[in-house]
Design a protein around this ligand. Structure first.
Ligand SMILES: *Cc1c(COP(=O)(O)O)cnc(C)c1O
Length: 442
């Protein structure tokens, strides 16, 4: 299907380097504009947050691990001083400022950032169905969603999604819990344990010996023409995006709790791994809505699947795929194994993303091990894609100059967004850890 681009030169040096599989660090010349889409407002994000609040009593009831947070699915924001030292040594930079880890790897219910967008979208569908069936009104206590007659009602409806794994987990677990008939279309890079876990929860899992795009399009096809089926479209869903964007205000509250100042003199720099772009795009959108130009947001992708960077640099967004420049899209970062960016996010974030870095796979394992050794925090390879982006920014004199950060950078707060990992079985995690040593010696 892909038509390989014959003359890469017209896209410039960076795309050429990407086509050769080299690491890049791209600064978005339009990042400075900080321009938001008129279609997605703070009010939309607040409505999503209000929905999550309405469902909190239900979530608390059916997922007791959310008891302490009152049914709100949120993750800790942690200082990682020992890792900060280790990273400075590994990268040969002074990490001026404070380095924090946003532990979405340990989000309750599904153990990845997908618990934000994915669960929001399923809850929104459930709310629509319940209202349509006359079972609920906005003022009710949503604990009733746990009752058997709700489950019976949802059994007449279905949910479908295509995924590399983590979105499938999030959609599958939440949908099955509510009582929906849920089907997860999994791409070949999805891990076996994720499929098994989903089947255990009662989801139907269909496996493809093919890429993420294929899994999504098969899911879309299966849902088409079925009015009682809701298809979660990872390549363009606004409800996913809004669920991710609620992270903005929540992060702002956590920063206040941790006595972190963000203003003209105290920049906030955020680093998020990127697959199709929905999760990092939504989170960035929410954060920039709150902090505006004081926040700088960078994405990180694997060298074999840099779809967002390619879409942004060429301006072609979802009209170009990594296969078009001769890349195979294969990476150990299974959550990031995506060849074509979201049709929603590229255009929406065109004037908001500050930059994108790419990383060689073997480094992911080294960072995974370094974090485990230094802080005893275990995250999956995908979640480690950002760990050298901090250094890239600190060493990028032009970037610092462009934003007058040269002196302020010492007072900056850096947040590495750890996007997944707490549900990875320990034997599998040990294998990742062991790979750090074997690939390091290579
Ligand atoms: C999905 C995922 C991402 C990226 O999210 P996208 O919406 O695909 O860009 C990053 N890390 C992990 C662990 C993920 O599961």
């Amino acid at each position: 299907m892909s038509r390989k681009v014959e003359n890469l030169k017209r896209f410039g040096e960076t795309v050429n380097a990407m086509a050769q599989g080299r690491e890049i660090f791209w600064i978005n010349p339009k990042g400075k504009e900080n321009c938001f889409s008129k279609q997605i407002t703070q009010e939309d994000i607040d409505l999503a947050e209000a929905r999550l609040q309405r469902f909190a009593p239900y979530i608390r009831k059916v997922f007791p691990e959310t008891e302490k947070s009152g049914g709100i699915i949120e993750s800790p924001l942690r200082d990682i001083p020992t890792m900060q030292k280790a990273l400075s040594q590994m990268l040969g930079v002074e990490h001026t400022g404070r380095l924090l880890l946003k532990c979405d790897s340990h989000l309750p219910v599904s153990g990845s950032i997908k618990a934000r967008g994915g669960i929001h979208e399923v809850l929104k569908f459930a709310e629509e169905v319940a209202m349509h069936e006359g079972k609920i009104s906005l003022e009710d206590n949503y604990e009733v969603f746990a009752e058997d007659h709700f489950k019976a009602m949802f059994g007449k409806y279905s949910v479908a999604v295509g995924s590399t794994g983590n979105l499938g987990l999030s959609i599958g677990i939440m949908s099955a819990q509510l009582g929906f008939d849920v089907t997860v279309h999994m791409s070949s890079d999805a891990r076996q344990w994720k499929k098994e876990l989903l089947r255990e929860k009662g989801a139907t899992v269909i496996e493809y010996q093919d890429s993420y795009q294929k899994a999504v399009s098969e899911g879309r096809k299966a849902a088409e023409g079925n009015p009682t089926c809701h298809f979660v479209d990872d390549e363009g869903s606004l409800d996913l995006f809004l669920g991710y964007a609620t992270a903005g205000k929540r992060l702002a509250a956590q920063l206040i709790e941790q006595r972190v100042t963000v203003d003209e003199d105290h920049p906030l720099l955020i680093y998020i791994p990127c697959g199709v772009g929905g999760a990092p795009g939504g989170v960035t959108y929410g954060i920039k809505k709150i902090f505006g130009e004081h926040a700088h947001c960078f994405f990180a992708e694997p060298t074999h699947a840099p779809c967002m960077a390619l879409g942004m640099i060429t301006g072609l967004h979802d009209e170009i795929s990594v296969e078009d420049i001769g890349l195979d899209g294969k990476t150990a970062a299974d959550g990031l194994a995506v060849g074509r960016p979201s049709r929603l996010v590229g255009k929406t974030l065109e004037m908001l993303i500050d930059g994108i870095s790419t990383i060689d796979d073997h480094k992911l394992f080294r960072y995974l091990k370094a974090l485990a050794d230094s802080e005893n925090i275990w995250i999956e390879p995908s979640a480690c894609a950002t760990f050298d982006t901090v250094a890239r920014v600190l060493q990028h004199k032009e970037y610092l100059k462009m934003y007058h950060l040269e002196s302020k950078i010492k007072k900056a707060t850096h947040i590495l967004w750890a996007t997944g990992g707490s549900m990875v079985p320990s034997e599998e995690m040990q294998q990742y850890y062991d790979k750090a040593t074997s690939t390091f010696l290579r």
